[in-house]
Design a binder for this molecule. Structure first.
Ligand code: 13P
Ligand code: G3H
Ligand code: ZN
Ligand code: ZN
Length: 357
């Protein structure tokens, strides 16, 4: 890349979010958005972001945030997910400069029943803004795609107003992502709902842009969460191009006016991803493939060192030899991190997301 991105801080917030997305479009690149569940996975993202000079999005689902804070913490009134997500964000604010990583902080799907989670995060975010003069999170997602579009967009407009006061970005969803997301099972949803209509994108764009230009749209083009055997998922990225062309014409806008988000990135072909980027995708969500890579790091380590992992004492070198240096979590969890980081490196390269700084 010839042009370089200059950003004021390691956590990409406020205007720097828009600047990064504009840069991504100009370079035909997209940012990976990685679901994290622990400091181990957050640190792995930061290390790859620094190593590749790639801007990466760290995101937490409602369940991922609860796990981050600890599963034994009560999640009544979403407190576990609120406190867990805040804790993850504070960790990233503290460590991103040390890594030299440039990352955004985002929360994933929030259906209406999860809006109290977002309310709690915005309360915490406003408090953080008062103290630090900057937002705690770069952006949140509100996913009311199950609802009539009028209800979806009306609620999103309310949240965009509140978030705009802190310069935050909102991600919305139009059309349904198949598979499962945060406890919502979309595996049997009518297939027509998996393809967003250009008129829906135009409706959302018109309403939201009256409030702020800081929004992104997860439009459905056949995407599904999870990884399935070949032939089960048919992506139609041209759906995105049709929406872009429709908006350019209807509102007299330049080429690819919308910032699109590609959900269900795992298991997608290089061609579908490249086409999505051509049609204005600037964020690609990847969870399942990285879950596998993290686990596979442990699996390979176990296969390789099986004889040293059957008890505290006794291995192929002798019945009395201790195995502490094999079952220490810093050894095998590090293998998970290495597997995760290696896969994330491949993903960044596939998204043309490296050497940005
Ligand atoms: O879209 C996602 C998170 O919102 C991730 O989807 P995958 O797990 O299919 O990569
Ligand atoms: O919604 C999809 C993401 O993969 C998050 O999944 P999760 O709710 O299991 O954390
Ligand atoms: Zn959804
Ligand atoms: Zn998703």
């Amino acid at each position: 890349m010839i042009n370089k991105l200059t950003l004021p801080e390691n956590v990409i917030l406020g205007e720097a979010v828009s600047k990064t997305f504009t840069y991504a479009k100009s370079q035909r690149m997209a940012l990976p958005a990685v679901n994290i569940t622990s400091s181990s996975t957050a640190n792995s993202v930061m290390s790859v972001a620094a190593e590749l000079s790639a801007p990466i999005i760290i995101q937490l689902s409602h369940g991922g945030a609860a796990f981050y804070g600890g599963k034994s913490v009560s999640n009544s009134n979403h407190q576990g997910s609120i406190k867990g997500a805040v804790s993850a964000a504070l960790h990233v604010h503290a460590m991103a400069p040390t890594y030299g990583a440039h990352v955004m902080l985002h929360t994933d799907h929030a259906a209406r029943k999860l809006l109290p989670w977002i309310d709690g995060l915005l309360d915490a975010g406003e408090e953080y803004y008062r103290q630090h003069g900057k937002p705690l999170f770069s952006s949140h997602m509100i996913d009311l795609s199950e609802e009539p579009i009028e209800d979806n967009i009306e609620t999103c407009c309310e949240y965009l107003k509140r978030m705009s006061a802190m310069g935050m970005t909102l991600e919305i969803e139009l059309g349904v992502t198949g598979g499962e997301e945060d406890g919502v099972d979309n595996t049997d949803v009518d297939s027509s709902r998996l393809y967003t209509q250009p008129s829906e994108v135009a409706y959302a764009y018109e309403k939201l842009s009256k409030i702020s230009d800081k929004f992104t749209i997860a439009a459905a083009f056949g995407n599904v969460h999870g990884v399935y055997s070949p032939g089960n998922v048919t992506l139609r990225p041209e759906i995105l191009r049709n929406s872009q062309d429709h908006l350019s014409e209807k509102f007299g806008l330049s080429h690819n006016p919308v910032d699109f988000v590609f959900h269900g990135g795992s298991g997608s072909s290089a061609e579908d991803i490249a086409q999505g980027i051509d049609y204005g995708v600037i964020k690609v969500n990847v969870d399942t493939d990285l879950q596998w890579a993290y686990w596979n790091g442990v699996r390979e380590f176990y296969e390789d060192r099986k004889g040293y992992l059957q008890g505290q004492i006794g291995n192929p070198e002798g019945a009395d030899v201790p195995n502490k240096k094999f079952y220490d979590p810093r050894v095998w969890l590090r293998k998970a991190e290495e597997g995760f980081s290696s896969k994330l490196t491949d993903i960044c390269r596939q998204l043309n997301c490296e050497s940005a700084f």
